[in-house]
Design a protein around this ligand. Structure first.
Ligand SMILES: Cc1cc2nc3c(=O)[nH]c(=O)nc-3n(C[C@H](O)[C@H](O)[C@H](O)COP(=O)(O)OP(=O)(O)OC[C@H]3O[C@@H](n4cnc5c(N)ncnc54)[C@H](O)[C@@H]3O)c2cc1C
Length: 447
């Protein structure tokens, strides 16, 4: 059996669909497999005597996660709206504590909820992803049991981090809350249903909305195009420094401080976007108890300071955040799902239709693509044409020739230029991307 699992995981890695989540390593009961860092994010190294159960075949995000099946198992039903998943409460708001709010990605809601769970003894520890551990340029997952350490983990990490390799280090007798990306939440739900002891010790799954992540090589390139010498080490890296929406800030040993506003450093995305971002069909973390994103809207953006869109997926979580609201820990206002979704229309479409098209094209060309057990019931020809443009940009962006653009145009030019092209493209493609989205339906492809 071991060799089958070896072959399976090698296949996922070699064929380019591994998301680097670390689940296979975390499921290894021998505890001897591990993840290594590569230019394309974390990658598993299996020990020859590993004990990874066959269960991995059903929850590896690079291969297959049967969303409809997990919906039925976990919620007992399919969502009425497949764009957003099952919803109990929707809000916009922020953590009332100004320091947490300022240090966070958007409104500090994830940090505040983790702290509250720990302080009210509903969990023994939180599993968080922290930038700067084990070294400033890297990020890693850790189990923390103090409010200080939860707060130190605030902010998003936009490069792939192996989060689920922590699984075999969890004590089944303890209670944890975890922050993880969408497919990781779905995989954990699957394992919980199968009675996986460590997965069951995770009592709360919290997660960000997840659009795109970039490969770590983007950081090296960003340093180089900004004139930082190769041997000038990074001593501090923050993805969302300063006031919301924040800026990428890199400080080097020699004292160079690089800063690029979030809307500008998005120019790195076409060149370094991860395969996982392009293949995922889950933007809003459909199996997290609590999913949080940036509240992108002119009203909030004009105020700065940090606003989140907050989606609770069950009554228990809704009660918890309502209680935090009543206690003044969170400032929240109820929001309709329609207005919350309109803040993310492009990204929802990018995942729910775009990823399906991209995955389908991969399989048409004999390449591997993950299967999530459903597909959009209808996709118009215009949407396919839009996807051809998007995918062409991603394909070209990965070529050495196109990456040369980064070395010719300084960030101060390419940042604003990319942002203006992005906004123009958003306007041009808005109609097609939103068309049919309201009536989005799916066909279940796997029972
Ligand atoms: C890769 C990525 C892509 C994203 N794309 C979008 C997007 O397109 N649109 C949008 O609205 N929002 C997106 N987000 C979410 C957004 O950046 C914020 O994380 C979210 O708004 C929560 O903000 P907060 O202030 O409540 O979180 P904070 O209070 O700052 O807490 C962040 C928490 O998230 C955890 N975390 C950070 N990075 C990771 C990671 N890589 N894996 C697992 N846990 C992590 C940390 O443990 C921390 O506890 C993305 C996040 C990530 C990580």
């Amino acid at each position: 059996m071991t060799s089958n699992i070896d072959e399976f995981i090698q296949d996922v890695v070699n064929k380019g669909t591994c998301t680097g989540c670390g689940l296979c390593v975390g499921m290894d009961e021998s505890g001897q497999s591990f993840m290594i860092d590569t230019a394309r994010g974390p990658s598993p190294i299996l020990h020859k005597n590993h004990k990874i159960p066959e269960l991995i075949l059903k929850c590896c995000a690079g291969h297959s996660i049967n969303y409809p099946e997990i919906y039925m198992d976990f919620y007992g039903k399919y969502p009425e709206n497949w764009l957003t998943g099952i919803i109990s409460g929707v809000y916009t708001g922020y953590c009332t504590n100004g320091i947490i709010r300022r240090n966070s990605s958007s409104g500090g809601v994830l940090t505040a909820v983790l702290c509250s769970l720990l302080e009210s003894d509903q969990i023994d520890a939180a599993i968080v992803v922290t930038q700067g551990i084990p070294e400033p340029e890297k990020a890693s997952v850790s189990i923390v049991n103090s409010v200080d350490k939860i707060q130190a983990a605030a902010q998003s990490v936009y490069v792939p981090v192996s989060t689920l390799d922590i699984l075999n280090k969890l004590d089944p007798a303890k209670r944890y809350a975890i922050t993880c990306l969408p497919e990781q939440s779905a995989a954990l739900r699957y394992l919980q249903k199968c009675g996986h002891k460590q997965a069951l010790s995770i009592k709360y799954i919290l997660g960000p909305y997840t659009g795109t992540a970039i490969y770590p090589a983007a950081i090296q390139t960003f340093k180089r195009i900004s004139g930082v010498k190769k041997n000038d080490q990074v001593v501090s890296l923050k993805w969302r420094a300063g006031e919301w929406p924040g800026y990428l800030e890199i400080i080097t040993q020699s004292g160079i401080i690089l800063q690029s506003p979030k809307v500008y450093y998005n120019f790195l995305i076409p060149f370094f976007v991860t395969n996982a971002s392009l293949q995922s069909m889950d933007f809003s973390n459909e199996f997290a108890d609590l999913a949080v994103g940036d509240a992108w809207s002119p009203e909030f953006e004009s105020q700065g300071q940090g606003f989140s869109v907050v989606v609770s997926r069950n009554e228990k979580m809704t009660s918890l955040i309502e209680e935090m609201r009543q206690n003044g820990i969170l400032t929240l206002q109820p929001e309709s799902m329609e207005s919350a979704s309109s803040m993310h229309g492009h990204m929802i479409d990018f995942k729910k239709r775009g990823s399906y098209i991209r995955n389908r094209v991969r399989t048409m060309f004999g390449k591997k693509a993950p299967d999530f057990g459903y597909k959009p019931a209808r996709i118009g020809i215009n949407r396919i044409l839009v996807e051809i443009v998007i995918s062409t940009i991603f394909i070209l962006g990965r070529t050495k020739l196109f990456r040369l653009i980064l070395f010719v145009l300084p960030e101060s030019i390419i940042g604003p230029l990319f942002n203006s092209l992005r906004l123009k493209w958003k306007n041009v493609s808005r109609k097609t991307k939103r068309q049919g989205l309201k009536s989005y339906e799916v066909t279940i492809t796997r029972k």
